[in-house]
Write a protein that binds this ligand. Structure first.
Ligand SMILES: NC(=O)c1ccc[n+]([C@@H]2O[C@H](COP(=O)([O-])OP(=O)(O)OC[C@H]3O[C@@H](n4cnc5c(N)ncnc54)[C@H](O)[C@@H]3O)[C@@H](O)[C@H]2O)c1
Length: 398
């Protein structure tokens, strides 16, 4: 018999919302998860209208409070198996906390929340309740990110000396928020975005990519957070020199004012034996450079063990992981699907009373979310002091 699909409830996603769309496609990707409910908008009347107009039938709620409390009395087969939070950053903490306390696992957009006080609380409750909690760092979901992580962490490139992890965009090069553009408006507002604009929005992705691929932590930062577009309260350009936990160095950089750049997230890892390069705009391949050899380009699903660089004992689960044959292109939506697939596996184990993994190897977990917020707060502090070297707080990861 096939598995009963998991029931997912949306928090946010109505009226021209952006990131709900890739998520809801990813939820339906495998036929084992489905969106069944939503609290889609802050205004209860509009929330209900949006739910009624959703492209497939869902239960609409006037607020996430209603959705979470109604869940308690639903028959078992209609109860939510997890909620997906796709609201602006200032509406992450409250629904996440309430859902966990009501026994509903949470998959939350990044950055985790607004500040470290909120992040501390979320980590405390998630750990106490031992409940699955994922953070949507999209780019970890590419098979090539998994492969890059294997290559670097199995030591094939030697000791990591230098990492350049970046996310460069150009869509906020002018004052788009003045036009009322929905996604720009809240991202430049400290009350709704948090202590950093560009850094919180996309610098956290660059940080997470570095940590996921290398397994290293950033221990200290010298930060320059700049604002090029006049009248903005938050940074639109974010350049962070980092000390890594193995003694190496890194640059974590992000910008939203580079005209022509779209979603140019990428990573270069320079080790003592070779260098890896990967870009999300060309996510199907990564490049390895070894001394005095032509570059090797590895494509998703078309790698061979024992090829002179990769060892014979490549992990079976890594090789088994691609979803469609090589050359049938995967992209952004597939990355989201890989995250939801992994989160589903953990939710199913948790429901069965089994040990679930949630260890950050398949998707970012609550501790990763905490680290993103700790990084941002430390960068703000360092930048205020002209880029003074500032240590990250020890906390969720220690
Ligand atoms: N992982 C990624 O690649 C990625 C990409 C884009 C955005 N994001 C993150 O996703 C989140 C949303 O970003 P977006 O660009 O989709 O924003 P958006 O403005 O397009 O959508 C936000 C949605 O939340 C709704 N909302 C706001 N307050 C609400 C409330 N109290 N109750 C119910 N709904 C409410 C809005 O009406 C809207 O539907 C942000 O945290 C952002 O950082 C992540």
């Amino acid at each position: 018999m096939s598995k009963k699909p998991l029931n997912v409830g949306l928090v946010g996603g109505g009226k021209g919302a952006f990131i709900v769309n890739p998520h809801q496609k990813a939820i339906h990707f495998d036929g084992t998860r489905r969106v069944v409910a939503g609290a889609l908008f802050p205004d209860p009347k509009i929330a209900m209208e949006e739910a009624a107009n959703w492209p497939y039938p869902i239960r609409g709620y006037g607020s996430y409070d209603d959705m979470i409390s109604a869940n308690q009395t639903l028959p078992d087969d209609q109860k939510l198996d997890y909620i997906l939070i796709v609201t602006p950053n200032f509406v992450h903490f409250d629904p996440a906390m309430k859902a966990m306390k009501a026994g509903i696992p949470v998959f939350c957009e990044k950055p985790l929340c607004l500040n470290l006080t909120e992040a501390d609380e979320l980590v405390k409750v998630a750990r106490k309740l031992n409940i699955p909690f994922g953070v949507a760092h999209t780019y970890l979901g590419h098979w090539t990110s998994r492969f890059a992580r294997y290559i670097v962490q199995s030591g094939l490139l030697g000791e990591v000396r230098w990492v350049d992890s970046y996310y460069i965009q150009g869509w906020l090069a002018s004052k788009l928020e003045a036009t009322g553009q929905q996604q720009a408006a809240w991202r430049v507002d400290p009350k709704r975005a948090g202590g950093s604009g560009c850094g919180g929005d996309i610098g956290t992705h660059a940080l997470m990519q570095l940590r996921y691929v290398t397994g290293l932590d950033v221990t200290e930062v010298s930060a320059r957070m700049e604002t090029f577009v006049e009248g903005r309260a938050l940074d639109d350009h974010f350049t962070i020199y980092c000390q890594l936990s193995n003694g190496g160095k890194a640059l974590v950089r992000a910008s939203q004012i580079c005209i022509g750049s779209k979603n140019d997230l990428g990573i270069l890892v320079a080790g003592s034996k070779g260098t890896l390069r990967w870009r999300q705009e060309e996510p199907e391949c990564l490049t390895i450079s070894l001394p005095d050899q032509p570059d090797r380009v590895y494509w998703r699903g078309a790698v061979a063990a024992g090829d002179g660089f990769l060892p014979q004992d490549l992990p079976a689960n890594l090789l088994a992981e691609p979803t469609i044959p090589a050359g049938h292109t995967e992209g952004f939506h597939d990355a989201f699907a890989r995250l939801h697939r992994a989160f589903e596996a953990d939710v199913r184990k948790w429901k069965a009373g089994e040990k679930f993994c949630c260890d950050g190897s398949q998707y970012a977990n609550i501790e990763d979310g905490w680290t993103g917020i700790a990084f941002i707060e430390t960068c703000v502090e360092s930048s205020k002091h002209g880029g003074a070297w500032t240590p990250l707080p020890k906390g969720a990861t220690t």
